[in-house]
Design a protein around this ligand. Structure first.
Ligand code: GLU
Length: 451
C-alpha cells in the first residue's frame, strides 16, 4: 500500500468541539500508526467567520493535545501557526484550475450566475470503512452548486479538490458528513480521479442522548484546558469515544494508543460523552504523574490562572503543592485550594464563619492554640503539631477534631483543605501564628472578611 496520508480539515468556527478534536486525534493516530502523514487544512473559505482568533483556537487545541502535523505549503510541519498548515483561503488558484478542468468535462452549467455540477441520477454508493456500504438514492438529487454567484467556490468542491491535490488516501471524519460523501465521490469521478477511502466515525452524544452540540457544557476542548485537566487524560478519553482497544483496557499511554489504533476497531454505534468518566480518568493520570511532571503542569497552570503566585514564597509553594495534589484532581481545584495561601489577605468562607469561627469558645481556643504552638521550640513538624493541638483540646475538654477544624478555619478561612498538621508544618510557625492572630483580631473586631 502506498503511504497513508490523512488530514484534519476544521472550519474555524471559534471553538474546537470535542468531536472535532476526536477527529483530529483519530487521524493523527492513524498516521502515526501507519507511518503515514498527517495534514492540517484550515477550511476557511467562509470569509464572514474567518478570524485569526478562530484559527488560533484550533492551533491551541492541537498543541494542547500534542497533535503535530507533518507538512504545510512551505513543506514543513509543526504545531504552530508559523509553520504550515494549509489554508483554503490561500488556494484560490488551485480551485480555479480545477474549476476549469471540471467545466471542460461538460458536466457543469451556469444557473442564475452560479455554477452547478450535474449530479448523476444513478444510485450513489459509498463503501465506508466504518459504516459499510451505504447507497443513496439520487433520482431526486438536485444538481450541486460548486461556485456561487459571487465567484466563491463551495465547500464540497474545495474539499474534494484539496483531498485530491494533497494525495489524501483516507478521509476520516464525523458521520455528519456521510450524506455528503456520494456527492464528493461523483466529483472525483467527474475529475477522472480515484476517490480516497472513507471512514465516518460515530457521532458523540450528550447525556440526554442527542448529538452533542456547541452549547452543551464541556463541548469545547478549551473547557478542559481551562479547568486544568491533563491533556494526556483528555486525549486518552477522546480515543475511547468510538474506538475500543479491546481487552477491557482503558488507560493507554500514547505509544500504546499509536500501536493499537486501527480503523477496523472503530465502533459503528454512537458514543456517549460521559464527563464523570473523563473526570475519573483525569484523576488516574493525576495520580500517576511523576513529581517533575506535576511540577511542570502546576507551574504552567498557576502562572496562567493565578498570576499572584509569582509573588509567593517559592519554598512555601513547594511545600504546599504536594499536600494539595493528594486531595484534588484538576488544576482548577488545585488553584482554588491554593488560594488562601497566595497572600496573607485571605478571606473567610461563610461556612467557616458559621461553623467554626462563630462558635462561642472559638476565641478562647484560638488563644490557647496560639500559645501552645508559640511555645513550641525546635521540631515544628506534623507529629509535634499534632501533640500540641491535642493538648489544647484536652485542656479545653473538647474533641481534638473540634480544635483541628477551628485551626483550619483560622489559618485558611476554609472548612476543607489539606490535612491540618501537614498544612501547619508547610506554612511554618511564624506564618501560622500570624494567621491565628489575624483571625483572632478580626473576630474580636467583628470584621472577618467573608469570601
Ligand atoms: N470543514 C469540514 C468540517 O469542519 C470538514 C469536512 C471534512 O473533514 O471533510 O466539518
Amino acid at each position: 500500500m502506498s503511504q497513508v496520508r490523512v488530514r484534519f480539515a476544521p472550519s474555524p468556527t471559534g471553538m474546537l468541539h470535542i468531536g472535532g478534536a476526536r477527529t483530529a486525534l483519530f487521524n493523527w493516530l492513524y498516521a502515526r500508526h501507519t507511518g503515514g502523514k498527517f495534514v492540517l487544512r484550515i477550511e476557511d473559505t467562509d470569509q464572514a467567520r474567518n478570524t485569526q482568533e478562530a484559527v488560533d483556537v484550533i492551533f491551541r487545541g492541537m498543541r494542547w493535545l500534542g497533535l503535530d502535523w507533518d507538512e504545510g505549503p512551505d513543506g514543513k510541519g509543526g504545531t504552530s501557526g508559523d509553520r504550515g498548515p494549509y489554508f483554503q483561503s490561500q488556494r484560490g488558484d488551485i480551485y480555479r484550475r480545477y474549476l476549469e478542468k471540471l467545466k471542460a468535462t461538460g458536466k457543469t452549467y451556469e444557473d442564475g450566475g452560479a455554477l452547478k455540477f450535474k449530479m448523476p441520477k444513478t444510485p450513489g454508493v459509498v463503501k465506508d470503512l466504518v459504516c459499510g456500504e451505504v447507497t443513496f438514492d439520487r433520482t431526486m438529487e438536485p444538481d450541486l452548486v460548486i461556485q456561487r454567484k459571487d465567484g466563491s467556490p463551495v465547500f464540497h468542491f474545495v474539499n474534494v479538490v484539496d483531498d485530491l491535490e494533497m494525495g489524501i488516501t483516507h478521509v476520516i471524519r464525523g458521520e455528519d458528513h456521510l450524506t455528503n460523501t456520494h456527492k464528493h465521490i461523483a466529483l472525483y469521478e467527474a475529475l477522472g480521479a480515484a476517490p480516497p477511502q472513507f471512514g465516518h466515525i460515530p457521532l458523540i452524544l450528550n447525556r440526554g442522548g442527542s448529538k452533542m452540540s456547541k452549547r452543551d457544557e464541556g463541548a469545547a476542548l478549551g473547557f478542559y484546558e481551562e479547568a486544568g485537566y491533563l491533556p494526556a487524560a483528555v486525549r486518552n478519553y477522546l480515543c475511547l469515544l468510538g474506538w475500543s482497544p479491546g481487552e477491557n483496557q482503558e488507560i493507554l499511554p500514547v505509544p500504546d494508543l499509536i500501536q493499537r489504533f486501527d480503523l477496523p476497531n472503530i465502533n459503528r454505534s454512537n458514543a456517549r460523552f460521559d464527563g464523570d468518566k473523563l473526570f475519573w480518568m483525569n484523576g488516574e493520570y493525576w495520580r500517576t504523574l511523576t513529581d517533575a511532571e506535576f511540577q511542570k503542569f502546576a507551574d504552567e497552570y498557576l502562572r496562567r490562572t493565578r498570576p499572584k503566585v509569582a509573588q509567593m514564597d517559592p519554598d512555601l509553594l513547594k511545600r504546599l503543592l504536594p499536600l494539595i495534589r493528594e486531595k484534588v484532581r484538576t488544576g482548577r481545584e488545585m488553584a482554588e485550594w491554593l488560594d488562601p495561601y497566595l497572600g496573607e489577605e485571605y478571606e473567610y468562607s461563610a461556612e467557616a464563619k458559621k461553623k467554626q469561627l462563630g462558635a462561642p469558645e472559638a476565641g478562647k481556643w484560638l488563644e490557647a492554640l496560639s500559645s501552645a504552638l508559640g511555645a513550641m521550640g525546635t521540631g515544628w513538624d506534623d507529629s509535634t503539631i499534632e501533640g500540641a493541638c491535642k493538648k489544647v483540646a484536652e485542656e479545653a475538654g473538647a474533641k481534638p477534631a473540634k480544635v483541628i477544624h477551628l485551626a483550619r478555619a483560622a489559618v485558611s478561612g476554609r472548612t476543607v483543605g489539606p490535612s491540618l498538621f501537614g498544612l501547619l508544618t508547610a506554612l511554618g510557625k511564624e506564618r501560622v501564628l500570624q494567621r491565628l492572630e489575624r483571625t483572632r483580631r478580626q473576630m474580636a473586631e467583628g470584621t472577618l472578611v467573608t469570601a
